[in-house]
Design a protein. Structure first.
Length: 318
């Protein structure tokens, strides 16, 4: 048991060094050249590097290598999708408006890079516990709960990817300029990509849990929970909802959309944790065609409300 704990601590230390080492190196380059263009790409590359390193480094783990590889590939699949999408977006737009102020303040920009390091480390924790598992004989091989976790992960990944694709297609249509999307997955959730993001990280916790060999490892459920809390209550949904309110809060069609569509969970319309248009605006317009696009990261900048970086907005309504 002592050797198991020691191996786990060694891997956590190695992941820490890789993670924050990359953030410090590229954060320094970012500060020197005052650029944010590779911020999200390095975040994705850090996930991939840490996942593959963890899966291959723990050669003494009794857990089947195939399970470790599949878990690592799940993270790589998500990070690869995210990194390529965001690299394409920043190249196309020429900049990331979230960093307009930070690029003028080296300390603030460095803090953003450190926050990204914390985000990576936090979300990697359940998987690192799996990588160092000394499972009992009856669960050395693949477990049905692990398979369920991978299915949950794939569901969340597909949900997030489809939502991002639908939003990208919508925004690339010139006729939709200045309009908000209410079609596809956006008709059942105002932030379907965020929903997918939250689900996929819980899926990876579920897939890792059967192989935890210490009770404290189960506390890593707080890692996807922290990601969900950050999205729902801090710099994710609240900022984007405030942006939508500032731009379309007096639009009857936007009011109808908000009051009939759940903020996060599809089809779940309940009490709101963010400002919503007045119900007095719930009147049926004659043409019912005022569909305006909300949740644009550029809109957040225009409202002057963004005071912190949103590590998850990079793969949400931007």
């Amino acid at each position: 048991e002592y050797k198991s704990y020691l191996r786990m601590l060694n891997l956590f230390l190695l992941i820490f060094i890789i993670d924050f080492g990359l953030q410090i190196v590229f954060g320094t380059i970012s500060i020197i050249f005052r650029t944010e263009k590779f911020y999200d790409f390095i975040g994705s590359a850090t996930f991939i590097t840490c996942a593959l390193t963890g899966a291959l480094y723990t050669t003494q783990s009794q857990l089947d290598l195939g399970i470790r590889i599949i878990q690592a590939l799940c993270i790589c699949l998500w990070a690869g999708k995210l990194g390529s999408f965001l690299l394409y977006r920043v190249i196309k737009s020429g900049k990331d408006s979230r960093f307009d102020d930070a690029k003028k303040n080296p300390l603030k920009l460095f803090v953003y890079w450190m926050l990204q390091g914390c985000w990576v480390y936090l979300n990697m924790a359940p998987t690192v516990c799996l990588f160092t598992s000394d499972s009992k004989d009856d669960i050395k091989d693949v477990n049905v709960v692990t398979i369920i976790g991978w299915i949950v992960f794939l569901f969340g990944l597909v949900f997030e990817t489809v939502a991002d694709y639908q939003k990208t297609v919508f925004r690339n249509n010139p006729s939709n300029k200045g309009r908000f999307i209410t079609s596809g997955l956006w008709s059942i959730s105002r932030h379907p990509n965020y929903f997918g993001e939250i689900v996929l990280w819980y899926g990876l916790f579920i897939s890792a849990a059967p192989y935890f060999t210490s009770n404290w490892a189960y506390f890593t459920i707080l890692c996807p929970t922290a990601t969900a809390a950050q999205i729902c209550f801090l710099s994710g949904i609240p900022l984007l909802e405030k942006s939508g309110m500032a731009k379309w809060g007096n639009d009857p069609d936007y009011a109808a959309y908000v009051h009939s569509t759940g903020v996060l969970v599809p089809w779940l319309v309940c009490c709101e944790c963010t400002p919503v248009p007045s119900k007095d605006l719930l009147v049926t317009s004659e043409n019912g065609s005022s569909k305006q696009e909300c949740s644009d990261a550029a809109d957040i900048k225009n409202t002057g409300e963004m005071v912190d970086v949103d590590l998850n907005a990079v793969d949400s309504n931007v």
